[in-house]
Design a protein around this ligand. Structure first.
Ligand SMILES: [Zn+2]
Ligand SMILES: [Zn+2]
Length: 352
């Protein structure tokens, strides 16, 4: 079998504009995305697709528009669906309606929590609901940047928590990672991604005005890379299917770019002369497999890598690691840089 090259495209998602409660116009968002050298973005205003006339190519930036279905709890990013899904129905019903209309979705900030309970929190209320009734997987936003910041700052934030939020970011919670792993281990294949929840809120605090956080700053943080079999098509509807399909198939990984640039092919599996990529499935019956975490970029050589198999930490390495799995299951890679959470890949799946 001829080896197929993969093409990597960087994008961010979960973005609010002035069409809902974001403070940036579409132009502001597009300008920030261009300056951030992104290939694609997905705008998800609350319960509206008002930004949809902007869908398409804007020079080298692919703009896609979904929406966030926002009942009081259990917010849901409805993607690749042309209609707004009614939020006034039970969680399973709006998931099923999204899929019935040809779309798919992602559970937004499922572990949203705050030390200060006087502020509103919007977690995914029932973790037993995690797929469409048809069995089709829905995704988990394992790291939501704004929910992370809100959860870990002081209830009355110190000024530096507005101006230098990095130390306040802790990454995906242990609960979310355990849940995601458990679903995959049970055979309920579930993809993960990192979302921003970009609003660029204007907040007045102790006599100062802060922007929490500017689109341009956020667009340098959690960035998802989709792995494609072919370059993104210049026909935007074809390109949108490429991006959506890769996300749904778990052919993606994300990093917090604050701590290091895009790694190319950080996680692969080798079986004889065949190289498998994130989201692929291999069978042990077809011969020995080597899982490879490999950051070939010199600037990333000091990254602490950790291989997780069936929910357990199996192996670590600095800049690279190799592991020969002997059991079927779900294998994924994490990376930390300067002690901070940085890289999360979707799994490579290994069957008997
Ligand atoms: Zn939300
Ligand atoms: Zn949101």
């Amino acid at each position: 079998m001829a080896e197929q090259q993969r093409y990597t495209y960087a994008g961010v998602l979960h973005i609010h504009t002035t069409h809902s409660d974001g403070t940036g116009s579409l132009t502001d968002v597009l300008d920030a995305a261009h300056e951030s050298r992104l290939d694609w973005i997905i705008i998800t205003d609350h319960d509206t697709r008002a930004a949809s006339p902007a869908e398409g190519w804007h020079n080298d930036l692919l703009v896609l528009v979904g929406h966030e279905v926002t009942p009081t709890q259990s917010h849901f990013l409805a993607l690749d669906v042309a209609e707004v899904i009614n939020r006034e129905q039970p969680t399973q019903a709006f998931i099923d309606e999204t899929y019935a209309k040809g779309g798919f979705g992602v559970m937004a900030h499922p572990d949203d929590h705050l030390a200060d309970r006087t502020l509103g929190v919007h977690p995914w209320s029932d973790w037993e609901i995690n797929r469409a009734s048809s069995g089709a997987p829905i995704g988990i936003e394992i790291w939501n940047l704004m929910a992370d910041w809100r959860s870990n700052r002081d209830s009355l934030p110190r000024p530096e928590q507005f101006t230098r939020p990095e130390p306040t970011l802790k990454g995906p919670t242990a609960n979310v990672l355990a849940w995601w792993d458990q679903l995959n281990v049970q055979g309920q294949r579930t993809f993960a991604l990192g979302g921003l929840d970009a609003h660029a809120f204007h907040i007045h605090h102790a006599g100062e005005r802060y922007v929490v956080f500017p689109y341009f700053w956020l667009f340098q943080t959690l960035t998802n890379y989709v792995l494609l079999d072919a370059p993104l098509n210049r026909d935007w509807t074809t390109a949108s299917r490429q991006v959506y399909r890769a996300l749904q198939q778990g052919q993606s990984y994300f990093v917090n770019r604050l701590y290091g640039p895009l790694p190319q092919s950080p996680f692969t599996a080798q079986q004889a002369s065949h190289t498998a990529h994130i989201g692929d499935t291999l069978a042990l019956a077809d011969g020995p497999i080597t899982l490879r975490g490999e950051l070939s970029e010199p600037a990333l050589a000091d990254t602490e890598l950790r291989l997780i198999g069936n929910g357990d930490g199996l192996h670590t390495g600095t800049g690279s690691l190799h592991y020969t799995p002997t059991a079927p299951g779900t294998y994924r890679l994490e990376g930390r840089r300067t002690g901070q959470p940085w890289l999360y890949t979707n799994p490579i799946y290994i069957t008997a």
